[in-house]
Write a protein that binds this ligand. Structure first.
Ligand SMILES: Cc1cc2nc3c(=O)[nH]c(=O)nc-3n(C[C@H](O)[C@H](O)[C@H](O)COP(=O)(O)OP(=O)(O)OC[C@H]3O[C@@H](n4cnc5c(N)ncnc54)[C@H](O)[C@@H]3O)c2cc1C
Length: 460
């Protein structure tokens, strides 16, 4: 591990100024963790304001082989921004300008530190829409969501972050600045470096500008909540809605345990016999959103749903989504340690997958709560450990491996949207075969021969 000495600090101060080069313990401590609650304290934190400053910082780091960790809001769930080998953290919060919203061409250009929800509000004022919507959108940054290829609630209809990124300005490990893609929706000129970099988790380059595609803001949105007395029935309803040729913009599932936990904190509707909740949202014109919801609700009823309510009032809809968005933070209150996985399976495999997860949890004596983006088969499987013991940790590790195996056996994947980081890297070879793994490692070496960009992530 290469130490950051006084000479390096002096050089970094020359680049960003003393105020934006943080060496105090407290400043470094708050840059030591992400939402996984791992903590490694970096040697120094810099807060650049321009591409030139990011490039100069990387040149210093590259020359000496010092690890560099990009950091957005640190809401990542796989340790992505944790500086596991210390070194330099680059905090992008000072690069938060929306540089352009081109309403005529449906394109926007932003700096990486822009908070996703702030950006969405700005484009929506102009009747435009940026659909990627992780449940952390009120804090997560554009840079972090592009680096993770965040998915979220609307993936089922609108896809994920990669479907909206048209181009990038990227600072490479050696400080060189490259530009990928263009401002056009179509572009097949050369290899698609943009697509390679989206989801690269800060390991191939650091984004300093992001060009994204926008679409028209749907005129109308209808949201419904439906309770089921059986988790499998709720999962079956989800596939049946899609089979009825309705494409909701969100279908979220929450199991009884997760829902009950949220209920302790918020006033939430609940039926005593409910074992699962579906939240369904349609959008379009007033007529089409309403007609699609009528169809979706009738499919839910056919699958045994009861206590269904729907609304097109934005405030009421927001209250329903706050329920869903509170699940993740609320779960921390009922366990000593939480392991949050995000397997993704073909939608029709959801009922069987829930049954497998239940059986795995029971066999290992581990409490498991499930919720997530049922519409695209992406379930957040939460192992809620009641004590912090090595025995329970070992059992949880085995349970996680079995859950991954279950997902792979039905044609799924280890991670739908949270990425690999350092929490899943030891499982990567379960899905990626040696040849493909070799190619990925070759690419990493090509972009970052000294392995200074986010070392310790993705690969073991
Ligand atoms: C309550 C909660 C709910 C969530 N719900 C969802 C969800 O529904 N869907 C979903 O997909 N995710 C979800 N997440 C995960 C998380 O919000 C996303 O991973 C988010 O994309 C990370 O953004 P961030 O700004 O916090 O990035 P960080 O956590 O700071 O960083 C994430 C990764 O991006 C890299 N990075 C940061 N900035 C740059 C840059 N400028 N250039 C290159 N690399 C960079 C970091 O090095 C790191 O590897 C949730 C998290 C929480 C806590």
């Amino acid at each position: 591990m290469v130490k950051v000495d006084r000479k390096v600090i002096k050089e970094l101060r020359k680049i960003v100024g003393k105020e934006r080069c943080l060496t105090d313990f407290e400043d470094r401590l708050v840059h030591s963790y992400d939402a996984t609650k791992q903590s490694v304290i970096p040697d120094v934190v810099v807060k650049p304001r321009s591409t030139e400053e990011v490039s100069a910082v990387l040149k210093v780091a590259h020359e000496r082989g010092i690890p560099v960790y990009g950091r957005g809001a640190a809401s990542g769930l796989t340790g992505g921004s944790v500086p596991v080998e210390k070194g330099i953290v680059i905090n992008f919060s000072e690069m938060k300008r929306i540089l352009e919203i081109d309403s005529a061409n449906f394109v926007a250009v932003v700096e990486p530190g822009v908070v996703l929800e702030d950006f969405q509000k700005e484009v929506e004022k102009r009747g435009l829409f940026y659909p990627p919507d992780p449940a952390s959108s009120d804090v997560a940054t554009m840079g972090g969501t592009v680096a993770e290829c965040a998915g979220g609630l609307r993936g089922v209809k609108y896809g994920v972050t990669r479907d909206y990124v048209l181009g990038l300005e990227v600072v490479l490990a050696n400080g060189d600045v490259i530009h990928t893609g263009s401002r056009t929706v179509k572009n097949v000129t050369g290899y698609d470096l943009t697509r390679l970099l989206v989801g690269s988790e800060g390991t191939l380059g650091l984004f300093t500008r992001i060009i994204v595609r926008l679409i028209p803001l749907p005129e109308s949105v209808v949201t419904a909540i439906a309770f089921f007395d059986d988790l499998a029935k709720a999962a079956e309803a989800c596939s049946a809605i899609m089979a009825s040729r309705v494409l909701p913009r969100a279908i979220e599932i929450i199991d009884r345990m997760c829902y009950r936990t949220v209920q302790k904190y918020r006033k939430a509707p609940i039926s005593e016999k409910a074992q699962a909740v579906l939240l369904v949202e349609t959008d379009g014109t007033m007529e089409s959103a309403g007609a699609e919801m009528t169809k979706a609700v009738s499919v839910c009823r056919e699958h045994g749903a009861f206590d269904i309510s729907e609304t097109d009032a934005p405030k009421e809809s927001e209250a329903l989504w706050q329920l869903r968005k509170s699940v993740s933070p609320a779960l921390y209150s009922i366990c000593r340690k939480r392991i949050n996985e995000d397997i993704c399976v073909p939608r029709t495999e959801l009922p069987a997958t829930f049954a497998r997860i239940e059986e795995i949890g029971r066999r290992h004596g581990i409490l498991i709560g499930n919720y997530g983006h049922a519409g695209d088969g992406n379930i957040h499987v939460n192992l809620l450990l009641q004590e912090d013991s090595p025995e329970l940790a070992a059992k949880a590790e085995r349970a996680v491996e079995e859950i991954f195996r279950a997902a792979l056996e039905v044609g799924g994947t280890l991670s739908g949207e949270h990425g690999i980081g350092n929490t899943k890297s030891r499982f990567l070879s379960m899905e990626i075969r040696p040849r493909e793994m070799g190619l990925m490692k070759d690419l990493k070496r090509l972009f970052d021969p000294k392995n200074i960009l986010n070392p310790g992530k993705i690969f073991v």
